[in-house]
Design a protein around this ligand. Structure first.
Ligand SMILES: Nc1nc2c(ncn2[C@@H]2O[C@H](COP(=O)(O)OP(=O)(O)OP(=O)(O)O)[C@@H](O)[C@H]2O)c(=O)[nH]1
Ligand SMILES: [Mg+2]
Length: 278
């Protein structure tokens, strides 16, 4: 059902990937450092994609330029050919691979599959990142550095220094409103509950029961952060400047907002029951 490509191409393509990364990221990010930022842990950046053909090459190039990391693209059979484009990138960079899933199965399950790869293969840190450049690749080093003192680092729009640009009023209200709503039920341990730019300590992540995480969109981000908070793990937020996607279409739907709206009170209730039991 699923196939991982990239490894097989590694032997042929060893060395060619760096050129790809430099050229593509160099165009989009002239200020990228001469060598990628390194931490004393193996890093995996998981990039879920659905119809991101124009973005996938540049984002992977930028990631590889900024951070010493492997990249796992999780593509859900994108009709626009993102999967094929991803395979081409993987064929020329042995540190990039692609997990092909047959159909759109949701952001949460894409990340959970990526997390399982990170756990199975002994990575030290795993990152979540959108393909659409809303999350600045130049902030990957700050997330990685902060992860040395945290179990979960969130690239946050809603801590001092964080911001959003280019979002329509409607999207701003949805994002702000969603976070105020989450805070009402779950508290302020986290300011940006729905953020999708994150770095997890894989050891900490392996202690979370991923089988029980069923949420997909914003709800997935809220649930993961809540599980870390509830487990008494250290969650840090670093400010990021989030910008609206320049290319491709949003996958945001009202169903995603509704899912999150329903899950938040349920998480709170589950938390209470858990507290009564302990
Ligand atoms: N594999 C996979 N990726 C998905 C799915 N839904 C969304 N994505 C990807 O997840 C990331 C976030 O999706 P976006 O469409 O940017 O959603 P968003 O950031 O909430 O919406 P915008 O702010 O409008 O961009 C992007 O890289 C998408 O391509 C899915 O069902 N499966
Ligand atoms: Mg987006």
């Amino acid at each position: 059902m699923e196939a991982v490509s990239g490894d097989a191409a590694a032997a042929v393509a060893d060395g060619a990937g760096s050129d790809l990364a430099v050229n593509r990221a160099g165009d989009a990010f002239p200020h990228a450092p001469p060598v990628p930022f390194t931490i004393p842990h193996r890093c995996l950046v998981v990039v879920p994609t659905y119809n991101e053909r124009a973005n996938v090459g540049p984002i992977v190039g930028a990631i590889r330029r900024w951070l010493d990391a492997d990249v796992l693209i999780v593509d859900d059979g994108s009709p626009d050919g993102t999967g094929g484009e991803s395979d081409r990138i993987a064929a020329s960079d042995r540190r990039v691979r692609v997990l092909h899933r047959p159909a759109k199965m949701g952001l949460g399950s894409a990340y959970v599959q990526g997390f399982r790869v990170a756990i199975r293969e002994g990575y030290g840190r795993v990152f979540e990142m959108d393909a659409d450049f809303s999350h600045p690749p130049g902030d990957l080093p700050r997330l990685a550095q902060a992860s040395l003192n945290a179990h979960l680092v969130i690239g946050s729009r809603y801590v001092p220094g964080g911001s959003t640009t280019g979002l329509s009023l409607h999207r701003r209200l949805l994002s702000r409103g969603g976070n105020v709503y989450a805070r009402m039920f779950l508290g302020s341990a986290v300011r940006d509950w729905t953020a999708g730019f994150r770095c997890f300590d894989v050891d900490a992540l392996s202690r979370i029961d991923l089988d029980r995480v069923a949420a997909q969109g914003y709800a997935f981000q809220i649930e993961m952060a809540w599980r870390f908070v509830r487990a008494g793990m250290r969650v840090l937020e670093v400010p990021i400047q989030f910008s609206d996607r320049a290319l491709g279409d949003s996958k945001m739907t009202y169903a995603i907002a509704r899912e999150a709206a329903g899950l938040v009170p349920a998480l709170r209730l589950r938390g209470r029951r858990g507290a009564r039991r302990s």
